[in-house]
Design a binder for this molecule. Structure first.
Ligand SMILES: Cc1cc2nc3c(=O)[nH]c(=O)nc-3n(C[C@H](O)[C@H](O)[C@H](O)COP(=O)(O)OP(=O)(O)OC[C@H]3O[C@@H](n4cnc5c(N)ncnc54)[C@H](O)[C@@H]3O)c2cc1C
Length: 396
């Protein structure tokens, strides 16, 4: 740590250069209630970093980003998903959730980052890590590794799943390792319908399949694989070969096959690999600090809802900040933070409960239980009751 100390004051400090941090800063800059020179952003991410993942954004969030907050999306930037199909071992047919209005859109994370881009002219950006924090009655103080000290009325921390700020601010949480590895990458498939997203539940893991473009046959996969499979073989495990073998075996009866062609751009050859844990934070705030994004809730990616919850965190926190501004209240006032916590509780709890329950339901199933799941799913296909799943996927 360098010894020189620079003291800075900003009304709002956003921490985190991931999708959530960037969206939050961008929304604050769009708001008329706060001057851009009163905001600062702590962003450690390098410009060269490319996130090759894709996100499913539910209809509600996509509509708000586009129409309420005027983010511009080119028609070629996203794919509309009209049907979600849930496949299971030994199924007769998948559970098909159709939504004529569309469940949502598939969009590449790097395209989202470009869409949320803003002019940095009046915005102060710090590139150094937060290593300590303190607070008093009026402010929170952030100490950066390079010696900078920031005094601020409100810290908004989007510092991810292993949030250091959550620990520094002594915010209580429960974290649990699911013993799965998450692998994200791309495959080619000529017969994959590009308005359908699929979730496939296999015995040793779950695979999400998302088409990414109208013009090519690329399909993004999010593979959640039981660590038992990797136990003695992690360094030699041929992820592409193994997933293709599983998918082609499963989809022969549907006449769909997958292959790993060399892509034109190397980004599509790369895999992004994560450990899988869930984090539950009951009250995502403390004195003069609010958590948003994965720092406030980390869920299993099987339903593609993690960033959707993060978008909603940003919308709700902005609502609270705008309200504080109109009443002339301090942005870090505990009543404002409490309101933010209350607004987020229902959706965050519900989605964490649903995704974790689905994870364990399929992870622990026996052959007999699997047959029951398939029977229920067959019956669900025929009834109106399945609309509840579409409503959850759509976001309202
Ligand atoms: C394979 C995969 C597929 C997914 N698919 C979907 C999907 O289809 N739909 C969906 O809604 N969600 C999806 N998710 C979830 C979604 O990707 C995450 O919820 C989202 O990316 C979280 O973003 P974040 O900005 O909150 O956190 P992160 O991206 O983890 O960013 C954290 C940031 O904080 C910074 N930071 C950390 N510590 C410090 C510190 N001490 N000081 C300063 N900065 C710090 C880091 O440098 C980083 O920039 C998926 C997740 C995975 C793993």
């Amino acid at each position: 740590m360098k010894s020189s100390t620079k003291d800075e004051f900003y009304t709002i400090t956003v921490i985190g250069g991931g999708l959530t941090g960037q969206l939050m800063v961008s929304l604050l800059l769009k708001s008329n209630n706060i001057d851009s020179n009163k905001i600062c952003w702590i962003n450690l991410n390098k410009k060269t970093f490319i996130d090759t993942r894709v996100s499913f954004l539910n209809t509600n969030n996509f509509f708000k980003l586009k129409n309420k907050f005027k983010y511009h999306f080119n028609d070629n930037d996203f794919l509309n998903i009209k049907k979600i199909q849930i496949h299971n071992e030994n199924e007769k047919l998948p559970l098909s959730l159709e939504d004529k209005q569309g469940h949502g859109v598939i969009i590449q994370n790097d395209t989202l980052k470009k869409t949320f881009k803003f002019l940095k002219k009046n915005l102060k950006v710090f590139k150094s890590k937060v290593i300590k924090t303190k607070y008093d009655q009026y402010h929170r103080y952030l100490y950066l590794e390079d010696g900078t000290k920031i005094k601020t009325s409100l810290v908004i921390s989007a510092d991810g799943n292993s949030s250091a700020l959550r620990d520094f601010a002594e915010i209580k949480y429960v974290s649990h390792n699911l013993n799965h590895t998450i692998i994200s990458g791309y495959l080619h498939s000529k017969k994959f319908n590009n308005s359908i997203a699929k979730q496939v539940f296999l015995n040793d893991g779950f695979i999400g399949l998302l088409p990414i473009s109208k013009n090519n046959n690329l399909v993004n996969f999010v593979w959640s694989l039981d660590n038992e499979v990797l136990k003695n073989n992690k360094s030699n495990f041929k992820y592409h070969d193994e997933i293709i073998q599983r998918l082609n075996f499963f989809f022969t009866k549907y006449n769909i096959c997958f292959e790993n062609q060399k892509a034109k751009t190397t980004n599509y050859d790369k895999l992004q690999i994560y450990s899988s844990n869930i984090t539950f934070v009951n009250n995502p705030f403390s004195e003069k600090i609010a958590l948003i994004g994965d720092a406030a809730h980390t869920i299993h990616p099987l339903a593609g809802q993690g960033f959707n919850l993060s978008i909603e965190d940003c919308f709700d926190l902005l609502k609270c900040i705008d309200k504080a501004s109109s009443y002339g209240k301090d942005f870090g006032d505990i009543s404002i933070l409490n309101e933010y916590g209350n607004l987020r509780k229902k959706r965050n709890n519900l989605i964490t409960l649903i995704t974790t329950s689905i994870f364990y339901l399929f992870k622990k199933r026996t052959r007999k239980f699997n047959n029951i799941i398939n029977l229920v799913s067959q019956n669900l296909n025929k009834i109106y009751g399945k609309k509840i799943f579409s409503i959850i996927a759509r976001g309202y």
